[in-house]
Write a new protein. Sequence first.
Length: 330
Amino acid sequence: MATSQNGLSANDRSLIASFVIPGSTRKIALRKGPVSVVLLDWLGFWHNELEPLDTGQLDDWGYAERTIRGSATELSNHASGSAGDANALLHPLGVDPRKTLGDAKLARMRARLPLYEGVVRSGAFYTGRKDGMHGEIDKLAKLAELAARINTGWLAPGVRSYMTGAPVVVKPVPAAPAPSSAPSRAPRIPAFIAPGHPTDPGTVGWVKLAQSCLAEAGLYSGAVDGVMSPGRGTERAVRALQGRKGLTVDGRIGPQTWCRGLALSREAIVDVGSKGAAVEVVQNIAGVRLDREFGPMTRDALKEVQRFEGLTGGDVDGRYGPETARRVAS
């Protein structure tokens, strides 16, 4: 019998059902029984207390008959329906979750995880390759007991679960406290896009931005319409840019292509006075107002990003060049 990483039987669709994530309109395929109860509570927490799952991409992923990324033989916990990915395209595998989730949300996740008593594990806190989107069932010994407690309306004493339909008081995510000097901020990586992704509003905006960058770089002459069809003009232009910048040529727009390709598609250094779509990419990374004009606000925010990435001294200059791009993308 095939089993996933946590020892549950895998690749058996008869064990899987579609569930609505509590508080949202999103559906996800998970293993029936205690596994779904626990994971839906985790995903309900994510939707209600971290960030909404109803907007943008249809990228909340559950059951999938596949191996662990990078392994040819070991089945992922997705294969047993005991893993769920939340806002997967916003939090790509291998990207530092501090850059996509931020310290405040990670602190909230870190505070809730012990209440699952080791049953739930988050990829945001893996010791090796990070996987911020990923939550999974890890230890099975207390799974049934935990699920039964969640179904009573309580995850832990004084902490309501998300599985009863009872009203839940949702607290806003607090802003991370600013250091007393030399402030820093985590960069924000734009959404991952692959050819053929659904043309929902979230994707369309990012594709339009990429198309604008490619057009300004002289690599794309088609309509800025937010459509990225396999093998067509936008994908071909992305591949051309990736080749020009020495990146992996795969036609997909991930962190490397956003940060080292599109952000530097016209200029080797994006600095005060720069204008255009590439500046908007940098402004997304820096987390400032998007006006496509690189001014003092963008410069100062970028300095904070550079400090977060470990740059010091004269390298903290508020200019977006190859070294800043390399650090932000990694």
